[in-house]
Design a protein around this ligand. Structure first.
Ligand SMILES: C[S@@+](CC[C@H](N)C(=O)[O-])C[C@H]1O[C@@H](n2cnc3c(N)ncnc32)[C@H](O)[C@@H]1O
Length: 427
């Protein structure tokens, strides 16, 4: 029998709050609910996570005594119910009674009165409860991240926080090998699908939809790719036939874009499961992309003497620029993770540099908005690597930082990516 959707959502949220990655636990929870309820599950889970720090601050005020750790699912239930009250189309009485019913389903019938009382008080005193929130809670950011961003990007902080609270735009990259952007927009119009232009070859749909409903998706006319991510291939702007190494390539969005522009792409990644996605994407787009399974730090041994005209290094990072797509970042990421990412990023940069031909260009990219993973990594590399020099980005894509540009995510536009372009000196 299917699990009721609100109980499934509350259990899943509690799992994430205990440290599980959303990607690891989401599919199992989705299979437990009726198919017709799956969109609502997604809405409840993603929406609650995007606003988690805010509603956690409200929960702190609503509960007279903190919950016992073994009852943490009730905190997840309260947060989810407040999200539903504020953001979903459900009538208020149904949101409250739905949450109260969950207590029994979650094996805690004694909590019905507590949940009912807390939600009634939230309805009554919402304004006062919101006013009593701290700054980071109101921004719906974890305290440590709010502090780092207040220091690093004080003028952009409110835009960053705002973007992290909203649903991401759904943007397509049009494959110029198959169709022009204008022609594809016309195809969409014929199907009654409204889209606005996003960058050079992007179209953002007014309403997201399953890709199976997009005209000629299986024929490789378009790919789903955020507008900021589409900048990578444009910044590297490969000449047709140029050899490009994408050292952290999966699932292959940027690698396939580079191949669409005519580059000979070698796409490498440390994850076998994710590398399969690169294959699938390249196959759908009918592109020849060579895949290599390897830790980027060992690529020199794996690829032996290969050297490339250009390298894309889109490193693993904190994902703080894409929190609206990966909202579990707000719960599971810790300040101490940032230093660990920075170490790995520096090691990757040092390891792939020898694979670049003299005169070649390397584009360093992250989906982080933290300078520790961006300017600091590039700056330290430039200080130690004599053959590396900084190039200006050929187009302005965001805020100018010391060594690159930082795209600030916004509600309607692209994600928060950082780009820096380096060139290898010719001896
Ligand atoms: C930001 S994602 C890349 C996204 C990809 N460029 C795209 O546009 O679709 C970072 C990737 O780095 C991979 N990765 C993590 N650690 C790595 C390592 N040590 N060596 C190589 N790849 C690594 C992850 O598996 C992940 O696929």
């Amino acid at each position: 029998m299917a699990t009721p959707v609100r109980s499934a959502a509350a259990s899943l949220l509690d799992n994430v709050a205990q440290g599980s990655s959303l990607n690891h636990v989401y599919n199992r929870a989705e299979r437990q609910v009726a198919e017709s309820e799956q969109p609502f599950l997604r809405e409840l889970v993603y929406g609650s996570l995007r606003l988690w720090p805010l509603y956690k601050g409200v929960t702190r005020q609503l509960l007279e005594r903190p919950l016992k750790p073994k009852d943490s699912v009730l905190e997840a239930l309260l947060i989810m119910a407040m999200y539903e009250l504020d953001e979903c189309a459900t009538p208020d009485y149904a949101s409250v009674s739905g949450a109260v019913d969950c207590c029994e389903q979650l094996g805690r019938p004694w909590a019905s009165r507590l949940i009912n009382g807390c939600l009634r008080r939230y309805q009554r005193d919402k304004e006062t409860l919101m006013q009593a929130l701290g700054e980071s809670e109101r921004a719906a950011l974890p305290g440590w991240l709010h502090k780092l961003l207040s220091k690093a990007l004080p003028d952009q902080l409110s835009q960053l926080a705002d973007a992290s609270r909203h649903r991401p735009p759904f943007t397509l990259r049009v494959n110029p090998e198959r169709i022009s952007t204008d022609e594809y927009q016309a195809l969409l119009r014929e199907e009654g699908i409204e889209a606005r232009e996003a960058g050079t070859c992007g179209l953002t749909l007014v309403q997201p939809m399953p890709v199976s409903k997009l005209p000629h998706f299986q024929d490789g006319f378009v790919s789903v790719q955020d507008a900021s991510a589409q900048l990578a291939a444009l910044l590297l702007s490969p000449e047709p036939g140029m050899s490009v190494l994408d050292a952290c390539a999966a699932p292959g969005g940027k690698a396939c874009h580079l191949a669409e522009l005519g580059a000979q792409v070698t796409a490498s990644d440390v994850s076998e499961a994710r590398l399969i996605k690169v294959h699938e994407n390249a196959e759908r787009l009918d592109l020849a992309v060579t895949t290599v399974l390897s830790d980027g730090r060992n690529l020199q041994e794996v690829l032996a003497l290969a050297s490339f005209d250009a390298v894309l290094l889109d490193v693993p990072c904190s994902a703080t620029g894409v929190m609206r797509r990966n909202p579990d970042v707000k719960l599971i990421r810790r300040k101490s993770d940032i230093g660990q990412f920075a170490t790995l990023q520096s090691e990757l940069l040092q390891a792939v540099w020898p694979l670049l031909k003299p005169g070649g260009r390397l584009l360093y990219a992250t989906c982080s908005v933290l300078p520790q993973e961006n300017d600091a990594v590039v700056g330290a590399f430039l200080n130690t690597e004599d053959t590396a020099r900084l190039l200006p980005l050929p187009i302005e894509v965001g805020e100018t930082m010391t060594y690159g540009q930082q795209v600030i995510p916004s509600e309607l536009n692209g994600d928060g990516l950082y780009y820096s372009l380096l060139e290898k000196a010719i001896p």
